[in-house]
Design a protein. Structure first.
Length: 93
């Protein structure tokens, strides 16, 4: 690929560190690889994000349903506590 665009950029230390740690032989190659890899994976990343967001939403709904069931069981347990205590006392007689 012909390299006809020459640019001078200022980068924060943080961004420079990301680029320096990327694959490539020199800074320009590392920056180009980083940008290309990111852009070429963008569509898949968006699809993955949307799929994972949907899964999280499903799990939150499941968790809400489980919470409701636990609350109902807890309420039932609370209501029957007196009855269970009385039955246990009768059995102990």
């Amino acid at each position: 690929m012909a390299k006809t665009n020459q640019k001078c950029v200022r980068l924060s230390d943080r961004v420079a560190k990301y680029i320096e740690n990327y694959r490539g032989e020199n800074f320009s190659q590392k920056l180009e690889n980083y940008v290309l890899d990111t852009e070429e994976r963008r569509e898949q990343l968006v699809l993955d994000w949307e799929r994972l967001s949907a899964e999280i939403q499903d799990k939150r709904q499941e968790l809400g349903q489980l919470k409701n069931k636990i609350q109902k069981v807890s309420e039932t347990d609370r209501r029957f506590h007196g009855l269970v205590t009385a039955l246990l006392e009768l059995v102990d007689l």
